[in-house]
Design a protein around this ligand. Structure first.
Ligand code: 13P
Length: 279
C-alpha cells in the first residue's frame, strides 16, 4: 500500500521505534526491499537519490516503487532523497512521490530556510510531507573535525520557520564507507530531541554499529537512511554467484542472487530498527 511517510514516521515517533529508508537503484533492489519488509511485516520507505533519477528517471523509479507497494499490505512510502533544488522536488511529487527531502544544508542558514520553506509550501498544499536538513552530514570523508553539527537552537527556529515534517540532523554520521568506527554525539542528539517534537532522521547509517543505532532510536531518531550497504550487498551477491557459476549469462539468475543478498541485509536492519510486526 502506497502511503506518505507522515503516518509511518509519526507512529514511529509516538511508539519509539525507527523505520528503514532504503535507497533503491534498480528493479532488483525494489523487489528485495519489498519482499524483506513484507516478510517482516514492517512499514518501509523506498528512497531515490538525484543520481538514481539521472540513471533511470523519476517516472521509472516511481512506477517500480508504486507497483511494489501495491503488491503488499504493509505501508510503503516513495521518497525523494537529497532533493537538490526546488525543481526536482516539484517534479518528484508531480511524478507521484509521496514524500520529499529538500537538502539545503550546503547553503547558508537563511538560504536553507528559504529554499526549504518554498518546497514545504508547495508540498503541503498537496499533502506531501517534507524532510529538511540542518548541519551537514559529510560525504565519504568521515573526518570528525570537519563535521558541521546541527545546532539545537537553530534547529528549533528552522523547524518553526520552514514547517518541515522531519529533520535530518548532523550528529557525527557520514555517507559512504567509514574510515573507522563513527563517533556519534548522543548528548547533542538528546538536546535536539528534547527541543523538537518531530521525527529526526539519521543519514549515513550504513556501517553504524547496531548498538549505536539502537541508542539513537532511543534518543528520537525515527528514520534510518541506508544506501552504501545495499549497494555492497547487491554487488557481493552477484559476484559470489558469478564466481560459483562462471559461465552464467542470464541476468535473472545472478539478479536473483543480488536480490537475496539485499533482502537478507534489509531484514537484519528491520530487526535493529524495531519496526518488525508493526503491521
Ligand atoms: P549511506 O550510504 O552511508 O548508507 O547513507 C545513506 C543516506 O544517508 C541516504 O540519504
Amino acid at each position: 500500500m502506497l502511503v506518505t511517510s507522515k503516518e509511518i514516521l509519526n507512529d514511529a515517533l509516538k511508539n519509539k521505534y525507527a523505520v528503514g529508508a532504503f535507497n533503491v537503484e534498480n528493479l532488483e533492489m525494489v523487489i528485495a526491499v519489498m519482499e524483506a519488509a513484507d516478510e517482516k511485516k514492517s512499514p518501509v520507505i523506498m528512497q531515490v537519490s538525484p543520481k538514481t533519477v539521472k540513471y533511470s528517471g523519476l517516472d521509472f523509479s516511481y512506477a517500480c516503487i508504486k507497483t511494489a507497494a501495491e503488491r503488499v499490505k504493509i505501508p510503503v512510502a516513495c521518497y525523494l532523497d537529497h532533493g537538490t533544488d526546488f525543481n526536482i522536488a516539484v517534479q518528484a511529487f508531480r511524478a507521484g512521490f509521496t514524500s520529499i527531502m529538500i537538502d539545503g544544508s550546503k547553503l547558508d542558514y537563511e538560504k536553507n530556510i528559504s529554499l526549504t520553506k518554498s518546497v514545504v509550501d508547495v508540498c503541503h498544499a498537496n499533502n506531501i510531507p517534507v524532510e529538511g536538513e540542518l548541519g551537514k552530514v559529510l560525504g565519504k570523508i568521515g573526518d570528525p573535525d570537519e563535521i558541521n553539527y546541527t545546532d539545537p537552537d537553530e534547529a528549533v527556529e528552522f523547524v518553526k520557520r520552514t514547517g518541515v515534517d522531519f529533520l535530518a540532523v548532523s550528529i557525527g554520521t557520514a555517507h559512504g564507507i567509514y574510515k573507522g568506527v563513527p563517533k556519534l554525539n548522543y548528548e547533542l542528539l538528546s538536546r535536539i530531541h528534547e527541543k523538537i517534537n518531530i521525527p529526526l532522521v539519521m543519514h549515513g547509517t550504513s556501517g553504524v554499529p547496531d548498538e549505536a543505532v539502537k541508542k539513537c532510536i532511543s534518543l528520537g531518531i525515527c528514520k534510518l537512511n541506508y544506501a552504501t550497504d545495499l549497494r555492497i550487498a547487491f554487488t557481493d551477491g552477484i559476484k559470489k554467484h558469478l564466481a560459483e557459476h562462471p559461465r552464467e549469462y542470464d541476468p535473472k539468475k545472478y539478479g536473483q542472487a543480488g536480490i537475496q543478498s539485499v533482502k537478507d541485509y534489509v531484514k537484519s536492519r528491520i530487526d535493529i530498527s524495531g519496526s518488525a510486526n508493526i503491521f
